[in-house]
Design a protein. Structure first.
Length: 359
């Protein structure tokens, strides 16, 4: 962890579990101006790890019979996904990102219009929208009306937050409450998580780090975006948690205490999906595998927000876990073609992950 800090991450913290043994550690600072240190108990924006919580909530409703996993989304939300696409896109396709729906992000943040053509994006929208309260239905409309990535069910799919905002509206439709309230009562509280929740406003309550966004070297020095209205991602990526809570959640999930064994098996059925970084990954229903050749498979999810990132993974047998949080993002500068260049942080983080996962 000290190597990751020396490579350029202001601060990071982690928890590793191996059976009954628990290790927690931190390196670096939570505030580069004051030198306040990071601590392994800090609360942190965990980004798209939220998707695992949302997927689990939807699968609970599948188990109760209120949602059909292979039922067209148009049966539930005909106004949001109308016509032929509403008839062709199933709930499963939303969860595993094979709906073909575009990402709404470039349309919500004007200076990110060229995303993921990173060389033609700019960070100004991040400042402009720090306190903007977005309407999820409007965001969904941006993604649904944008040019489709591909046909419903086509592979590879495209990792798109539009899918999970739709799942949030689906949960609201069938449960009669907001997705955030349902997930809190039936996923977060069921797992016994004490420091995890959706933000009530733009601030992170409790001890936390500042979050330093570099936007590929275009923000230099990196700027703090820890105060930010997360309505732009909602049940797709707005959760706040701790590394201990993340490990507890994934432990409960793989033990079958959040969803049943058949749902867990569905979560681990993967398809190829193109990530926001342009890489092809195997993606299940809110879970994806991480593994090295000849070594055990881990399941989990990563997440990024403006200025922060997190990763939580658990070995397939449930006996080894890692959750780690960093307080900077997009540290790679771009080459002349707009592709991120290698950075020492990449290798240092990869080494940390490998040692924490495999010993």
């Amino acid at each position: 962890m000290e190597d990751v800090h020396r490579a350029g991450v202001p601060g990071l913290f982690a928890e590793v579990r191996d059976g009954d043994q628990v290790w927690r550690g931190a390196a670096g600072v939570a505030d580069v101006d004051t030198g306040r240190p990071v601590d392994a108990g800090m609360r942190h924006r965990v980004g798209s790890i939220t998707k695992t919580f949302t997927a689990a909530a939807v699968l609970q409703q599948v188990e109760s019979g209120r949602i059909g996993l292979d039922t067209p989304i148009g049966r539930y939300l005909p106004k949001l996904v109308p016509g032929e696409r509403g008839d062709a896109i199933t709930v499963r396709m939303l969860i595993d990102h094979t709906s073909g729906l575009a990402e709404y992000l470039p349309y919500a943040y004007p200076s990110l219009k060229a995303f993921p053509d990173l060389a033609r994006t700019g960070p100004q929208s991040l400042d402009d929208h720090r306190l903007t309260r977005f309407d999820p239905v409007e965001l969904i409309g941006m993604g649904v009306t944008a040019p489709a990535f591909g046909p419903p069910g086509g592979v590879p799919g495209l990792y798109s937050n539009t899918n999970y905002l739709l799942l949030g509206e689906l949960l609201a439709q069938v449960t009669g409450t907001t997705a955030e309230r349902y997930i809190t009562r039936n996923v977060i509280e069921r797992a016994g998580l004490r420091d995890t929740g959706f933000p009530a406003g733009p601030h992170v309550d409790g001890p936390h780090s500042k979050l330093y966004e570099a936007w590929f070297g275009m923000i230099d020095p990196p700027r703090d975006y820890s105060v930010f209205d997360m309505s732009w991602v909602g049940p797709s990526a707005s959760l706040i948690s701790t590394v201990s809570d993340l490990n507890r959640f994934f432990g409960k999930l793989l033990a079958g205490e959040i969803v049943g064994p058949s749902s867990l098996a569905q979560m681990r059925r993967t398809v190829p999906v193109i990530s926001q970084e342009g890489r092809t990954i195997d993606y299940g229903l809110g879970l994806y595998p991480m593994e090295e050749p000849g070594r055990s498979t881990f399941w989990g999810h990563g997440g990024t927000v403006w200025g922060g990132g997190a990763l939580a993974v658990i070995r397939a047998d449930g006996k080894r876990q890692l959750a780690v949080a960093v307080n900077t993002q997009r540290w790679n500068r771009l080459d002349s073609s707009g592709r991120p260049q290698p950075h020492p942080i990449d290798d240092a983080l990869a080494t940390l992950h490998r040692v924490a996962m495999y010993g």
